[in-house]
Design a protein around this ligand. Structure first.
Ligand code: ZN
Length: 260
């Protein structure tokens, strides 16, 4: 069960809630639960609300001056915020499985950055204060969701154009795997016109804004004092155990929700 709950924190199937979901969905968890029930929300993804929860947990970690917790929650919050900026994390057709485009999820968020991120310029300037984290994440989701149709349509058109040349084979270690060919990836990337880079930059900026705002809301504790912190041997062992457990659960999540 815990694994299913974790998976739901990374996406929201907005289109499950109808065409105008973005406009009619309650922004805040309580109202959303009243309208749709907690079970329904958890079944179709809760990323916008979970981000908000994580924001307050991070603020509290700053309030407690707990460096380990601050780092852990910052990383987790960053992951959820980045997911909220991925168009295919906002639709029930998250892997193109409803339109015969299976694999498009990893294509967009892994294969493209693997091939092209070396040319991205990811400078986003200074972090700014976010007065409403809950509204801010919804804004990001709206922008991401607005690009779902283009992502799917461009891939569909290029698939027709490329035919068999859509895929090629690459050796990874001792295995030969089928991948989207470099030519096809190039064409997709070109037609997306910088979308992955743009979305990555948006994610970076939003993550920085959230971290900064949580720190401000906690009264701007002196981080220089916190960075002097050296974990004890016991704490390090505990951390390692947590990490191992996390990795195992991560594998299970992957089994459950192939691309998430
Ligand atoms: Zn993903």
């Amino acid at each position: 069960m815990a694994v299913v709950e974790e998976a739901a924190r990374h996406y929201i199937d907005l289109d499950h809630f109808g065409d105008s979901a973005l406009y009619k969905m309650p922004r805040y968890w309580k109202e959303a639960v009243e309208r749709y029930s907690e079970d329904t929300l958890k079944a179709y993804g809760i990323v916008p609300w979970h981000v908000n929860t994580m924001y307050y947990r991070l603020r509290d970690a700053f309030l407690q001056r707990d460096p380990q917790l601050i780092l852990k929650l910052s990383a987790e919050l960053g992951h959820y915020l980045a997911d909220a900026n991925v168009p295919l994390h906002t639709t029930k057709n998250y892997n193109g499985q409803l339109t015969g485009q299976e694999g498009i999820h990893g294509f967009w968020e892994s294969r493209l950055p693997e091939l092209f991120a070396k040319d991205y310029t990811l400078f986003v300037g200074k972090a700014s204060y976010v007065s409403s984290p809950q509204q801010a994440v919804w804004q990001a989701i709206a922008v991401a969701h607005g690009q779902v149709d283009s992502v799917l349509q461009i891939e569909r058109e290029l698939s027709v154009q490329f035919g068999e040349k859509k895929y090629s084979f690459e050796t990874r270690g001792k295995q030969t795997v089928r991948v989207y060919s470099v030519e096809f990836s190039n064409a997709f990337h070109k037609k997306l016109n910088g979308m992955t880079e743009r979305q990555m930059k948006k994610a970076i900026k939003l993550i920085a804004d959230f971290w900064y705002s949580a720190w401000v809301d906690a009264g701007q504790p002196d981080l220089k004092k916190l960075t002097q912190y050296k974990p004890s041997q016991e704490e390090l062992i505990k951390c390692k155990q947590e990490l191992d457990q996390w990795k195992q659960e991560r594998i299970k999540v992957r089994d459950h929700e192939a691309e998430y």
